[in-house]
Structure formats: C-alpha cells, structure tokens
Design a protein around this ligand. Structure first.
Ligand code: MEV
Length: 436
C-alpha cells in the first residue's frame, strides 16, 4: 500500500504525494478509502468503466465523471424545421420551460434566425515595437497570409480559412495588437486559430522589432454572431388573470426592467443562458467561452443590459436575441464524448438538415430566446416558484426514499400538503405506505 498511503493532519486529509500518477481506477480506490464513500457516491460518479477510461483521456488526474441529466426540449420550430433539442442541465424546470415557450412560439410561426458566419478572431499582442510597425504589418499582409497557408489548408479546403488581419494600438497599454480572422467552419476553432496565431509570432517579431507578449483567440467571437426572432399573436399569451395583450405589455416592461437595471439584467441573461449553456454542454461545446462572450456582449455599450429585445407590433409580440456564439459540431470534445454524438444525432434527426456549426448556433440562440420568454411569462404572471416547487416535491420524494409509482404519488402528496421539507416528505411516505 506504499503507493497509496495518505496522511492526516489537523487541517485536512492529504492525498498521497504520487496521487497524480496513479491510474484512474487506483485514484478512485484511494478516494473511496480516504473519504469513506458510500456505494452510491462511488458508483454514481463512475457511471461506467468505459466513461472512466474516457474521462482519463479527456482531463488530467481524472477520478470519475459528473453525470448531469440530459433532457430534450421537443417540437421547436426554427426556420421552418422542427427540432428536438438536447439539454444537459441540473436545474429543474429548465427543459420544461424551454419546451413550453418553444412550442408556443412554434404554433405562432416559429423562430427565424440569421448568422454572421463562423469567423473566429485571435489576438497577437506585441510590446517594444519600433515606430511604423503597424503600417509594416499592413504592408506585409500577403506574406503573413502565406505563413498560414499550410496550417489553414484543411480549413480552406472546407470553404473556410484565412479571412484577414487588422492592426491597432491600444492607447492605454501601448500594446500593438494584431487581429487574425479565420473562418473555422464547423469547428469551434480554438485549436486551429491558436495554432495559426502562434505561427505568426516570429514573423511579427521580425516585422515590428518587438516582442510578442501572447497570441490567443478572443472568446468574445465578435464575428460569429447568431440572431433569432419571433412574432406571435398576443392572444396566444393569455395566462392566469391576464389577457394576451396585457401579458405582451408586461413582457415588454419586464425586458425594459432588465435593460435598464444591471442587477435584474444579470438574472434575466442567466435565464437566457439556461437554454444555450444546456445545449452547449449536451453537445460538448465550451460553455465557459459561450457564457463569457454572451455577458461581454451584454455590456458592449458600457453598461450591462438585457440580451433580448421585445416590442408589441400591432397584435403581435415580437421578441429577439442576438449573441456571439462560438459553437462547433466537430473538434474538441464534440463527437469525442459519446453523449455528445448522441445529442447531435437527436438534434439533427431530420436527415435534410446539415449538422453544421451554423445550424447549431441558430438552434442555440432560438433556445435561449424561448427560455427567456418562458421565464418572463411566468415572472409577470403567477411567478416562477409554482413550477419550481412541483419539481422540488419530486426531489423531496426521492430523498425520502420513494421510487417509481410511489415517487409520483408521494410528490403529489408533498405538493398538495404544501410543506416542502424532508421531514414532512418522510412522514407522508410513512402514511402512504400505511395506506397500502
Ligand atoms: C432561473 O434559473 C432563471 C430565471 O431567474 C430567469 C429570470 O429571472 O429571467 C427564472
């Protein structure tokens, strides 16, 4: 056991010094021993031996996987096609809400989208350059492009590739920044654009007499935007005590609240991202990059605002959302992790639709808009807690030990009872079992 010995001190339990070098299985055994893991904790994070092996090649020091529920928001019409959208998310009500609003919009005509294409941008920042360096870079653009021909060859053959270079001096830092634009087609493109930007380091240093500080993509993805909009008859929006027209006006006011109040805007935009990030996670895309870009975009005029827009136009409610969306259908974890291939198959079930990054971004932005509409409709009518508490009742029933049909019945009784805590759920379970 020398290789797995661990030591205790007053502060913390320490992992063995060679933990990093153990096999993934051995790491799990060590953790199970140290942390006194229950079988549930141990096996639910493993899910399957194959997934552990996969995790081991995906990240360093893997000890398991973190399974998140995968749901499907079905029947959502986008650009005159109906999609079933996979969503990986731990929060109750998100899939149900997206489906609800997505179908509401679908019945009223559906979502209509546009994109600016799949161009990623990298930045090469240069320090200590000589006067006139920016002009020399512009003059040498052909040569710089030539340096990239081989690296970008496969991308160019797929119709993407080099899309130009810009240069500017940052007045605050004094850094000279070169912007490299590359159409990365169906890939999110981080690897290819970072490789291309790094290949420019030496030529740029020669041209400018300066030193490259760094070369890296910008996750802001300013040339990779997706937009979705809908127009639905207001009479479809009636809910609770409110007729459709009142609901439409209340939705517009709710958007105005978010657009003019950054504290509200954060929550409003978080709701938009509930949809987008869930789809991104299900398809193996980089959720952190997408979130960072969306929130930066929300603050693009210097103040953090709502990402969405709503207005009443005649007897229609018109909603729209535009954000940068760097997603891919190939490369990175996409297609490598078996769940992501499954998710993409569900999404592109209709063989007539190309499983492209462009399509995925159109679906994602529409899903974000649907998610926001669902949240606003609930918030300006009965509030969101009602829907949440129904799901919470199911979780409490599960925690109390109910399963299958018993779980459905106990969740119903917890909901009817209206007291949402584990003790009440357990008492109700006893009563349910006593009832036979
Ligand atoms: C909850 O995950 C998302 C909402 O808070 C979004 C919103 O407030 O608009 C319901």
């Amino acid at each position: 056991m020398a290789d797995t010995a661990f030591s205790l001190n007053d502060e913390a339990i320490e992992l063995p010094h060679n933990f990093r070098k153990l096999s993934a299985r051995r790491k799990r055994d060590v953790l199970a021993e140290i942390l006194d893991l229950s079988d549930d904790e141990r096996f639910s994070s493993l899910a399957s031996e194959d997934l552990l092996d996969l995790a081991d090649v995906m990240v360093e020091s893997a000890v398991g996987v973190m399974p998140v529920p995968l749901g499907i928001a079905s029947g959502i019409r986008i650009d005159n096609r109906v999609y079933n959208i996979p969503m990986a998310v731990e929060e109750p009500s998100v899939v149900a809400a997206a489906t609800y609003a997505g179908r509401l919009v679908s019945r009223g005509g559906g979502f209509h989208t546009s994109t600016t294409g799949q161009v990623m941008t990298a930045q090469v920042a240069i320090d200590g350059y000589q006067p006139g360096a920016d002009a020399r870079i512009r003059e040498a653009e052909r040569d710089l492009h030539a340096e990239l021909v081989e690296i970008l060859g496969p991308m160019t053959r797929r119709g993407g590739g080099y899309r130009g270079i810009d240069v500017s001096v940052n007045p605050e830092s004094g850094l000279l920044v070169v912007y490299l634009h590359v159409d990365t087609r169906d890939a999110m493109g981080a690897n290819i654009i970072n490789t291309a930007a790094e290949a420019l380091r030496a030529p740029l240093e020669r041209l400018t007499g300066g030193t490259v500080l760094m070369a890296i993509l910008t996750n802001a993805a300013p040339r990779r935007r997706a937009r979705s909009s809908f127009a639905i008859p207001v009479d479809r929006l009636s809910r609770g005590p409110y007729d459709g027209e009142t609901m439409a006006q209340r939705i517009v006011r709710a958007n105005e609240f978010a657009d003019t109040d950054p504290l509200r805007a954060v929550t409003h935009n978080k709701g938009v991202m509930n949809g987008i990030t869930s789809l991104a996670l299900a398809t193996g895309n980089d959720t952190r990059a997408i979130e960072a870009a969306a929130h930066a975009h929300a603050a693009s005029d210097g103040r953090y605002r709502a990402l969405t827009e709503y207005r009443v136009d005649g007897d229609h409610l018109v909603g729209s959302l535009e954000i940068p969306l760097a997603v891919g259908t190939v490369g990175g974890a996409v297609g490598f992790h078996p769940v992501t291939s499954f998710a993409l198959k569900v999404l592109f079930l209709d063989g007539d639709v190309e499983p492209s990054a462009d399509r995925l971004s159109r679906v994602a932005v529409s899903l974000g808009l649907a998610q926001n509409l669902a949240a606003l409709m609930a918030l300006v009518s009965e509030g969101i807690q009602k829907g949440h508490m129904r799901q919470h009742a199911r979780r409490l029933a599960w925690k109390a030990g109910a399963r299958d049909e018993e779980l459905q019945e106990l969740a119903r009784r917890v909901w009817d009872n209206g007291t949402f805590n584990i003790q009440t759920a357990q008492e109700l379970l006893h009563a349910l079992r006593a009832d036979g």
